[in-house]
Design a protein around this ligand. Structure first.
Ligand code: GDP
Ligand code: CA
Length: 335
């Protein structure tokens, strides 16, 4: 594993930013940070709770979105899959009565085939992901590492029964009312060994951990609930910063706000902060909210929290990079 250190010599790297990420807001943030990294090493820890088998292939939606974002290959409009995609295989699948509920484009499929081939050759998920990142052209300064190699699969309990994550998210478009989330397999999982090694060989490096503005129930939970993960991050980090996915009482995309209200939580940056700090005690040092929510930061319940506000909407890559630069500065500044 030591040989997997990028750029050969870890001692030349002055600081490291570790980003925990789903496939949306987290992926965009990872892209923004890698653009502003300037000599820092960026490690993106991806959620594996969305991973599933389809057409006999292992599909890793969040890891793939991160790989596509970092290599500039993501379809920006859609927010997932490849830009300039074609759908010949998917059309033919439908013609021959194959499964049509999950869309797989031709270029995307090529990646799934390559991953399947690497895994069947005996590589682990981490090693295979590393090879895919290289093939796609993810910059050397960024390491993409799935949070764990043990199978963790997110299931949801809803008013329509229990279902696997993709059935809920894609099959049912998040319409069922969510009652609880289960990360199947998480109790037997452990953090990816490469991540443990990367963080433990820190030397004199400063390590900052950023929880991307990812869905706390569906993207961050399956990472943080891996036994040993919180302790690893906390032990190695100078500072842990969390970015709110809730802006002005709404999620920019996806079901985070809908789920919060279904679980009876106030849908606000404050509600997210209080819930996160109860669910993951003593993990986060600094909370980053969008400036739209500044007014809530003075409430009594939040007196002891270090809350910073700025414009956090990463509407295009240039604006995202500005946010990335701001964040790196905030990480380095005094609490
Ligand atoms: P998923 O795997 O596609 O669900 O993606 P993530 O969990 O990584 O991200 C989804 C969350 O990111 C949603 O709750 C969004 O509100 C949030 N999000 C997306 N884009 C942005 C952004 O530009 N800024 C902030 N602050 N949050 C964002
Ligand atoms: Ca996801």
């Amino acid at each position: 594993y030591v040989s997997m250190t990028p750029n050969g010599d870890a001692s030349k790297i002055s600081s490291t930013v570790v980003v925990l990420s789903g496939g949306g807001g987290g992926a965009r943030l990872a892209g923004a940070l890698s653009g502003e990294a300037k000599g820092r090493q960026v490690i993106v820890v991806t959620n594996t709770g969305d991973d599933f088998e389809h057409l006999g292939l292992l599909i890793c939606p969040d890891t793939d979105s991160v790989l596509y974002t970092l290599s500039g290959k993501i379809d920006q409009q859609r927010g997932w899959g490849r830009a300039e995609e074609s759908w010949l295989v998917f059309e033919e699948l439908k013609n021959i009565a194959g499964p049509a509920w999950f869309q797989v484009g031709d270029k995307d499929l090529a990646l799934h085939l390559l991953r399947a081939s690497l895994l069947s050759d005996g590589q682990g998920l981490v090693e295979a992901t590393r090879a895919l990142a290289k093939q796609l052209g993810v910059p050397d300064s960024v390491i993409v590492v799935p949070a764990t190699e043990s199978p963790v699969r997110t299931h949801v309990l809803t008013d329509q029964g229990r279902m696997a994550f993709q059935e809920y998210f894609v099959g049912q478009r998040c319409e069922p009312v969510l009652k609880d989330v289960i990360y199947e397999g998480v109790d037997a999982a452990s953090p990816s060994q490469w991540l443990v090694d990367l963080l433990s060989q820190r030397g004199t490096r400063e390590i900052d951990v950023v929880l991307g503005p990812s869905n706390p129930f569906l993207s961050l939970g399956p990472i943080l609930d891996i036994p040993g993960m919180m302790a690893l991050l906390r032990q190695q980090a100078r500072r842990v910063v969390a970015i709110s996915p809730i802006i002005g009482g709404r999620a920019l995309k996806g079901p985070a706000a809908k789920i919060m209200s279904e679980l009876g939580l106030p849908v606000s940056a404050a509600g997210w902060t209080l819930w996160m700090s109860e669910r993951y005690p003593d993990l986060v040092d600094t909370w980053v909210w969008d400036e739209a929510d500044e007014g809530q930061a003075n409430s009594d319940a939040l007196k002891s929290f270090d809350i910073r506000t700025t414009s956090t909407v990463m509407s295009d890559p240039a604006i995202a990079r500005q946010f990335g630069a701001w964040l790196l500065e905030a990480c380095a500044s005094e609490c």
